[in-house]
Design a protein around this ligand. Structure first.
Ligand code: NAD
Ligand code: UFG
Length: 334
């Protein structure tokens, strides 16, 4: 039997494909390539020396889903396909609802038609909104503050309802904190389109001389150095969490929500300094106004994932910085 990976050509999906293949799993990948390309499929095959079926298809296309399920013995799904820009979701909330919420529903309906009831879902720490406390535990209240976050919570709700009505469903909801880094090979990583919103891709473009300087959004937060604190987790560690979650569901767990982070927060200035030290390169920056919607601190309590999934982040912030820069150079992102 095989695991269907939706959005498997994307940043997190491609790294998860590598982890699954290296663990001996059989996979089938589908992606509409709206934010990725065939290159990552080729790269996954190169890294792992394994082959697998790839379908260029949309999760909103029921006929395509039926074909994929009919042509492959699929018994479980890892669902990454989705849109992820907070800013774009504010401009185009209905596009985000259609893709992320209706997309998840369409996928689940196809799963039901093909009697496949096991799914690992990509959720986000953004569902917590302004965290009621840090470190954030899974029972903290969910109150997303942007349309993107709301679509993630609605998709979680669809899954929760499916499970409430039919306990044959086995569902793992993973709430990621801030994934950064790239595969050690430098062949897959995060390829930003346009000017990035996220810190690490921005740092890489500045370092490469493509942008003038990093604007540090606020240095007057109630944090040790005044800049925003986040929980950065290496993409390969994050990818392994999906394998652990899948194993947990196979062991019989029927529903769970797990934070996937390191449990340690780093400030913007700490990230810039680490990047400079590890890669021996200057990162020009200046202090700018706070960015609307940002919170001072957000980092996970990941102990539930350790206790229940046996998952723990292993890679350091230095490895994250080194791998980001290695990927950027290797792929001439600038
Ligand atoms: P990504 O854009 O690199 O990957 C998503 C993939 O899904 C892309 O390859 C895209 O082409 C594909 N896709 C989008 N809509 C599709 C559709 N309707 N049908 C088929 N394919 C479709 O993003 P990522 O960073 O790898 O994120 C993967 C998932 O994790 C997303 O659901 C995202 O919301 C979630 N997530 C990401 C982060 C992050 O910081 N990267 C944090 C928390 C949660
Ligand atoms: N930052 C800067 N300058 C920049 C970009 C970011 O100072 O140019 C700061 C931010 O203010 C924040 C930190 O760097 O303090 C991290 O910002 P990111 O944009 O990289 O990440 P966020 O935590 O704001 O958001 C990310 C994803 C969201 C997701 C959230 C929680 O972009 O989609 O993590 O998972 F919801």
């Amino acid at each position: 039997m095989a695991v269907l990976i939706t959005g498997g050509a994307g940043y997190i999906g491609s790294h998860t494909c590598v982890e699954l293949l290296e663990a001996g799993e059989k996979i089938v990948v589908m992606d509409n390539l709206s934010n990725s390309s065939h290159n990552s499929i080729d790269a996954i095959k190169k890294i792992t020396a394994r082959d697998f079926p790839f379908y260029e298809a949309d999760i909103l296309d029921s006929d395509a889903l039926d074909r994929i399920f009919s042509e492959n013995g699929i018994d479980s799904v890892i669902h990454f396909a989705g849109l992820k820009s907070v800013a774009e979701s504010v401009r185009e909330p209905l596009k985000y609802h259609r893709n992320n919420v209706i997309g998840t529903q369409t996928l689940c309906e196809a799963m039901l038609r093909h009697n496949c009831k096991t799914i690992v879902f990509s959720s986000s720490a953004t569902v917590y909104g302004v965290p009621e406390k840090v470190p954030v535990t899974e029972d903290c209240q969910t109150a997303p503050t942007n349309p993107y976050g709301k679509t993630k919570l609605e998709a979680e709700e669809i899954l929760r309802r499916l499970h409430d009505e039919d306990i044959e469903w086995k569902i793992a909801v993973l709430r990621y904190f801030n994934p950064i880094g790239a595969h050690a090979s430098g062949l897959i990583g995060e390829k930003p389109t346009g000017i990035p919103n996220n810190l690490m891709p921005y740092v890489c473009l500045v370092t490469a001389g493509k942008l003038d300087e990093v604007r540090v959004f606020g240095n007057d937060y109630p944090t040790p150095d005044g800049t925003g604190v986040r929980d950065y987790v290496h993409i390969s560690d994050l990818a392994k969490a999906h394998l652990c979650a899948m194993r947990k569901l196979r062991e019989g767990t029927d529903f769970g929500v797990w934070n996937i982070g390191t449990g340690k927060g780093y400030s913007v200035l700490e990230i810039i300094k680490a990047f400079e030290r590890v890669n021996k390169i200057a990162v020009p920056y200046s202090i700018a106004e706070r960015r609307d919607g940002d919170v001072a601190e957000c980092y996970a309590d990941p102990s539930k994932a350790y206790r229940e999934l046996g998952w723990k982040a292993e890679k350091s912030i230095d490895e994250m910085c080194a791998d980001c820069w290695n990927y950027s150079k290797n792929n001439k992102l600038f």
